[in-house]
Design a protein around this ligand. Sequence first.
Ligand SMILES: [Zn+2]
Length: 351
Amino acid sequence: MHVVSSALDEGPLALPQTGHRIDRHDADRQCEDWLAEVWRHPGTRVLRVVDDRVRRTADGARPVLEPARGELPDGTVYLGEVDAADLAADASGGVHVVAVEEPEDDHADAAAEMVSTIMLRRDAAELAAVDAGLLTQAVAILAWHRAAGFCTACGAATEIRSSGWMRVCPQCGAQSFPRTDPAVITAVVDRDDRLLLGSAVRWDASRYSTFAGFVEAGESVEQAVAREVAEEAGVDVVEVRYLGSQSWPFPRSLMLGHLAVVDDAERAVADREEIRHVRWFTREELAAETAAGRIGLPPRSSISRALIEHWHGGRIEDADPRTGPQPASRSRDGSRYSSRDHRRDEGGDRR
Ligand SMILES: [Zn+2]
């Protein structure tokens, strides 16, 4: 097969939540007493999560992990065992980590919280791999519990089992599990190895990204890539390559990253519903326009950014801190990205 993009020859995508080792103890966590035993263990550490946020350690670098104290809280979820050497915790050997959902504190000082808080969506790229992995897992499973309180078969309130990894309906016996929604996200290149990006209607006109959407019922991943690219950008995919994936727990997407080649570059046109404008970039153009602040790219925590930089062959520097590592000046809800991406997350197919 003729390879048109050097991005196809590169290694795997550089993604913030990969490269860690977390033993989820699948068999153990199904045992009735496992979670209570873990909670009683003096080495166990607790990640306290509010939405996608956790407290920062005093040195600012890592999520706070506390010893487990008092009674096992309702809704506690077992995350897994990690090597103490990978953690900020003052422990040795293997450390079991559990997640507890904290109530939202509406009275917290927003500015102080920006400094003292790690937000997964904003900060994942800056975290150690194991921290990003634990936080991603915690945010995902706790979001599921918030949404899975009632049986989808009969409507009765469900009960938690398997250390937080299953819910059971006491009325009809139906079991439910934390599933993810597959979504495709695609970097489109032409035969000259230029990259096609789109500016979505719901973003600033200067912000550009790759093309994304949920895999629909009855559809393969490859079909979803071709459909989304055709719908949003008007071009026909002739070759597609899977590059890597990212859990995106807002609330439960699994982003499947691809690079797709098209022959009909001149036909690229925005759908005007989701995408306002599409544009082809050479590597030099994209780097120069980004550095000059004329266009903004997705945050470094996103697979979209990883796909773009994978194609580019290296890091692209931002001109504007909105898209890079964050100063402590953004709004409490995670800034402009948060609310906008949230809509995308909820309706990933954006229709
Ligand atoms: Zn039921």
